[in-house]
Design a binder for this molecule. Structure first.
Ligand code: IPM
Ligand code: MN
Length: 354
């Protein structure tokens, strides 16, 4: 098949990790006889420096035209002054909103070969396979904001439609897995959570009687994720809870550097694929960042946007092979073992694909 893939390297380590994902996708295309065309555009701090805007119109236009979007990361201290008028993160949030990407899929599957990279006991990690579905275009991220000399306000708002569509998408995913859905909220305090809970209680028994569901308060979920991670199958939750819980869950896998994500819109259309980690300005430009999360995001791109399941599996298997072969970047290398560079990790994936 022919596909146009928009590449938004962004800031910090973004360009280094996306370069490896593009190499991996190019190799997949040649192995399987596809033609992937890559077009690059600016987003985040890089876009602010070049154009004054975090999400230039040309970037949005490319993303709308493309079959899928591959993104690195945005942000950095040089754009983060408290009084900054435009921030890199606005580019990413604006893009998610403009493309209607309301569901963010973040799979957490610790790799058996690097259980030691996790600060959690290995015995708790065997068999962990969690899919977190984070609502991505609502809640406190997108409510009205204002600030005066004496106060600041962030409004958390959810509509029925916004909740229904992400809950349905999560229930569909659960159906293809172990048929268990945990809905995470803070219904003992927040009105948006009480609405969320009532919608889960209507949709699950009515439309998905074959999927078992439970409610869990977010503070309790934060604890149970560490105490008994194996018990979770699909987790569905609102925007900010999902942001926080997935950074926590990344420690089950050992590092933020291993967790990919897919952001999907209605009917699984469009799609933006990015690692859940940030731009890591402290290690940018050194060639030591872990590219596996971005390469695994490229595998999700193959699966969800291009519907190339065999190709997605081949790329995931190649990353797994590289990890088993001990090609471990600094964030997951065992103490005393020389870590591989970003490029060498990418090379290991290409070699495994052959
Ligand atoms: C993420 C990031 C973003 C978020 C930031 C960079 C705006 O932390 O994708 O998890 O909070 O959504
Ligand atoms: Mn985050």
């Amino acid at each position: 098949m022919h596909a146009l893939i928009a590449v938004l390297p962004g800031d910090g380590i973004g360009p280094e990790v996306t370069a490896e994902a593009v190499r991996a996708l190019t190799a997949v295309a040649s192995t399987f006889g596809h033609s992937f065309e890559f077009e690059t555009a600016l987003l985040g701090g890089a876009a602010i420096d070049a154009t004054g805007e975090a999400m230039p119109a040309a970037t949005l236009e490319l993303c709308q035209r493309a079959d899928a979007v591959l993104l690195g990361a945005v942000g950095g201290p040089q754009w983060s002054a408290p009084d900054a008028k435009v921030r890199p993160e606005q580019g990413l949030l604006g893009l998610r909103k403009a493309l209607g990407l309301f569901a963010n899929l973040r799979p957490v599957v610790p790799h058996p070969a690097v259980l030691d990279a996790s600060p959690i006991k290995a015995e708790l990690l065997h068999g962990v396979d969690i899919m977190v579905v984070r609502e991505l275009t609502g809640g406190i991220y997108f409510g009205d904001k204002h600030r005066t000399a004496t106060e600041a306000v962030d409004v958390c708002r959810y509509t029925v439609t916004e909740i229904e569509r992400v809950v349905r998408l999560a229930a569909e995913l659960a159906r293809g897995r172990r048929r268990k859905l945990t809905s995470v909220d803070k219904a003992n305090v927040l009105e948006t959570s009480r609405l969320w809970r009532s919608i889960v209680e209507r949709i699950l028994p009515g439309e998905y009687p074959d999927v078992a569901f439970e409610h869990m308060l977010v503070d309790s979920a934060a604890m149970h994720l560490i105490k008994r991670p194996r018990d979770f199958d699909v987790i569905v939750t609102e925007n900010m809870f999902g942001d926080i819980l997935t950074d926590e869950a990344s420690m089950l896998a050992g590092s933020l550097g291993l967790l990919p994500s897919a952001s999907l819109g209605a009917n699984g259309r469009g799609g933006l694929f990015e690692p859940i980690h940030g731009s890591a300005p402290d290690i940018a430009g050194k060639g030591i960042a872990n590219p596996y999360a971005t390469i695994l995001s490229a595998a999700m791109l193959l699966r969800y946007s291009l519907k190339l399941e065999a190709e997605a599996l081949a790329l995931e298997a190649a990353v797994s092979r590289a990890v088993v072969d001990g090609k471990l970047p600094a964030d997951i290398a065992a103490p005393g073992v020389k870590p591989v560079s970003t490029r060498a990790a990418g090379d290991a994936v290409l070699a495994a694909l052959k």
